[in-house]
Design a protein around this ligand. Structure first.
Ligand code: I85
Length: 347
């Protein structure tokens, strides 16, 4: 279905759903509560967003991204007045299994293995490939946004929250605009999309690192949410694979992490390179090496909130930094084709 044909319903949501008081989570842009379909009795998750340009973009991009096995599905969207304010009400499939790392912590007595980590990374990579292939950068991939569909062993892991998602026009689309002919196009015209997507890859690297050992690659020394020292370590790519946690982890996994956490976004792996690595593609053949992850996550469960805050803050920094890189490179550019376009746009 063409995404542009999807329009929120303007009929009252209460015609179709009973809305409960149970809060499932609080996002930055709105709260998520439970609701039940009057038609079929299915439990759903309802995200309430105050209507704005930003909220419209979130809904549009999430809607467009729906239809992937590893992305939380949108069922319905309503444009209603709710509590005296215009709101977008997003009804989603309800993810009953909770957050990724909570489930790993509750892994029972069995040790979490490198193969299980590879299977989880494969699921997340399928979601990211789907997004990047449809010109969407999520830009907020972090543990709290990775949810399980149920508590069954066969539950699916899915990505949610498109509050920071951004459309990335790719090279092919850029070249189809009348201003460019491919022979003369400057690299900076083709460039910008890469930075937003590379933000997602960095997140994949951090999530994969935590999956394999139970602690993040970068953290502050004094427990402060984000310290200058931590910022510096992120910028310089200063992290390591300490023993004993990393002693038995495969070299292939470590190399993949290095490629994902490469400081220079130009050098960072793309989702296609990651998907074609043996560790992801043949995750079922990855060794079942027992990891320290479960026990370390349990040990640090007190500080898990800090770990989450740290990741949110570094993602925020990265989104701003990369936006600036893009603006700067366009402003600084004195490319004749770009100037032609500037004149056309009248900017
Ligand atoms: N179901 N980031 C953390 C939740 N089903 N959750 C968050 N942004 C969103 C909440 C705060 C994610 O867009 C979020 C968003 C959407 C959901 C969402 C979507 C669909 C759920 C902010 C649950 C749930 C339901 C039943 C049980 C359980 C969880 O959260 C649990 F297992 F935890 F008990």
């Amino acid at each position: 279905m063409n995404s542009s044909t999807r329009i929120p319903k303007t009929t009252p949501i209460t015609d179709d759903y009973d809305i409960s008081n149970t809060v499932l989570g609080l996002g930055i842009n709105g709260k998520v509560v439970e609701c039940v379909s009057k038609k079929n009795g299915h439990r759903r998750a309802l995200k309430v967003l105050h209507d704005s340009v930003k909220a419209r973009r979130e809904v549009e991009l999430h809607w467009r991204a729906s239809g992937c096995l590893h992305i939380v599905e949108i069922i319905d969207v309503y444009d209603n007045t709710y509590g005296g304010k215009r709101c977008l009400l997003v009804v989603m499939e309800c993810m009953d299994g909770g957050e990724l790392f909570q489930r790993i912590q509750d892994n029972g007595d069995r040790a979490f293995t490198e193969r299980q980590a590879a299977e989880i990374m494969h699921s997340i990579c399928v979601a990211v490939k789907h997004l990047h292939d449809t010109n969407i950068a999520h830009r907020d991939i972090k543990p709290e946004n990775l949810l399980y569909s149920s508590s069954e062993p066969n539950a699916l892991l899915k990505l949610t929250d498109f509050g920071f998602a951004k459309e990335t026009l790719n090279a092919a689309d850029t070249l189809q605009t009348p201003c460019y002919t491919p022979y003369y196009v400057a690299p900076e015209v083709l460039g910008p999309e890469k930075y937003d997507k590379s933000c997602d890859i960095w997140s994949l690297g951090v999530v994969m690192y935590i999956l394999l050992c139970g602690f993040p690659p970068f953290y502050s020394n004094h427990g402060l949410a984000i310290s200058p020292g931590m910022k510096k370590r992120i910028r310089l790519g200063q992290y390591d694979f300490p023993e004993p946690e990393w002693s038995n982890v495969s070299a292939e996994a470590k190399n993949l992490i290095k490629g994902m956490l490469s400081v220079d976004p130009e050098k960072r792996l793309t989702i296609h390179q990651i998907m074609s690595s043996g560790w992801i593609r043949q995750f079922k053949a990855v060794p079942q090496t027992p990891l320290y992850t479960t026990s370390l996550l349990r040990d640090t469960s007190q500080a898990w909130g800090d770990v989450q805050d740290e990741m949110s803050r570094s993602l925020a920094t990265m989104r701003v930094d990369y936006d600036q890189v893009q603006i700067k490179s366009l402003e600084q550019s004195n490319n004749s084709l770009l100037n032609k376009r500037r004149n056309k746009v009248g900017a």
